[in-house]
Structure formats: C-alpha cells, structure tokens
Design a protein around this ligand. Structure first.
Ligand code: T5A
Length: 221
C-alpha cells in the first residue's frame, strides 16, 4: 500500500492525558484545514468496540495474559484494515489513542510476556503498519492514577491493576522510546494542559517539515 497520510499515535500510562491531547491536536489541525481522523484502541470499529468491552470488563478476572494479548491484537487487526489503512490512503492524518506500543508496554512489560516473545508468537498482534510518529506522554504512576480515580463508571480491569504493574508499564514505555528515538517522542505530561499541547504541536510541525512526502497527500486541505 502506498501511504499518503500521516499516522500519529498517543501512548502512555493511565491518566497521562492522551485523550485530552489527541482531541486538542485534532481541533488544532482541523482549524488549519487538515483532514483528520480520530480513533482509538482497543476499539475503533464495531467489532473492536465489542472486543474492548470484553477486555476492560472488571468481571473478566480469569482472563489469561495470552488471551488478553490476542484480543488486543484482534481488535488492532480489524482496526488497521477497516479504518486506518483506508484513511491514510485517502490522505488523512490519523490520530490514534493507543496502538502497538501499548501491547509491548502493557503485555510485554506489564504482564512480563516479553517483547521478543510477542513479536515471535504473534507479530500480527502488533499491526501491519507502523506509526510515523508516536507521542509518549510520560507521567509518574501515582499522579496518573489520581487523575482517573473518581471516574463515574468506576475503573476498568486494567486500571485496577496494582501500582507495581503500572510502574512496569511506564518503565517499558521509556525503554521502547529509547529504542525508537526517531519515532517515539517523549513529552512530560505533568505540566499544564496547554503547555503539553504546545509541545506536541511543535513536534508535529517538525515532522511535517522534515517529511514533506508524508503529507503530500493532504489533498483534502
Ligand atoms: N491496553 C491497550 C493494553 O493493555 N494493550 C493494548 O494493546 C492496548 C491498545 C485502554 C486500556 O487498555 C490497555 C491500556 C488501558 O488500560 P482506555 O479507557 O482507553 O483503556 O484507557 P486509557 O487509554 O488509559 O485512557 P484514560 O482515559 O484512562 O487516560 P488518558 O486518555 O491518558 O487521560 P485523559 O486525557 O482522559 O485524562 C484523564 C484526566 O486527567 C485530566 C483530564 O482532564 C481527565 O480528567 N488531565 C490533566 N490534569 C492535569 N494536568 C494535565 N496536564 C492533564 N491532562 C489531562
């Protein structure tokens, strides 16, 4: 597939502000006349949203880590083919709330499955397309969890995990960023929402100017 759009993912621990920042960037880009598609994982498709319900339901305490990894992968496979690839092909900027780095950080590091095991056992679960840019919102776990503790519908199955699990996930993300400096950009998420947004806008602007070929398909501006 010849890609003409730009695929940007948002990653980080619970409550780091991904959704907030993705929405702000989408609004900003839309005002600039850019054609944007916002989506999320797990989910993003009708089938994926059903898988999401199973994954996040706190009643599913018996779920094996292998089942969990495969379900995230199933949601992603559907999402990539049904939504992401067609949107990129039509020249859109795709903004995605979590993608394959979540599987590596949560299942690979958080669940101790190991990155090489996941890559070997189920490469498809990591998606058949790589993001052009990943914004990693880095925050300490206690602050992140305190931001989401009073959710109206309560916390989901993964949010309810112990602090040690979330610390492993954060550490994992930082290791992934170290290994992919060109793609994964770390942004400190303990600042004011507007400050974080400004930093993200700068990173995205640099990406646009460094890779004009990636945005040459922005024909729907
Ligand atoms: N998962 C996902 C895996 O284990 N493997 C995978 O492969 C994938 C794809 C998804 C869960 O699935 C796991 C990871 C997750 O546990 P989800 O509901 O999508 O579940 O959960 P999250 O992605 O973690 O989303 P959250 O809503 O919990 O966190 P966000 O999106 O990071 O945070 P956001 O923007 O909703 O903000 C949370 C609160 O903080 C405030 C906001 O106003 C909001 O109230 N806030 C700030 N407050 C102070 N200062 C700032 N700078 C702030 N920014 C936001």
């Amino acid at each position: 597939m010849k890609k003409t759009g730009l695929f940007i993912t948002f990653e980080g621990i619970e409550g780091c502000g991904k959704t907030t920042q993705m929405n702000l960037l989408a609004d900003y880009l839309k005002k600039e006349g850019v054609s944007v598609l916002k989506t999320r994982e797990p989910g993003g498709t009708e089938i994926g949203e059903k898988i999401r319900e199973i994954l996040l339901n706190p009643d599913n305490k018996k779920m094996l880590k292998e089942t969990e990894m495969l379900l995230y992968g199933a949601s992603r496979t559907q999402h990539v083919e049904e939504i992401i690839k067609p949107a990129l092909k039509s020249g859109k900027i795709v903004l995605c709330d979590r993608y394959s780095d979540s599987t590596l950080a949560y299942q690979g590091f958080g669940r101790d499955m190991g990155i090489s095991f996941i890559k070997r056992a189920c490469p498809l679960s990591l998606g058949t397309i790589q993001p052009d840019l990943t914004i990693l919102l880095d925050l300490d776990v206690k602050t992140g969890l305190s931001r989401i503790k009073n959710r109206i519908h309560g916390n989901d199955r993964i949010e309810k995990e112990k602090i040690a699990f979330h610390n492993k996930v954060r550490k994992g993300y930082l290791q992934l960023a170290k290994a992919s400096r060109g793609r994964i950009k770390i942004v400190r998420a303990d600042k004011e929402i507007d400050e974080v947004h400004d930093e993200i806008k700068n990173i995205v602007a640099k990406k646009f100017s460094a890779h004009p070929e990636l945005v040459e398909g922005l024909d729907s501006r």
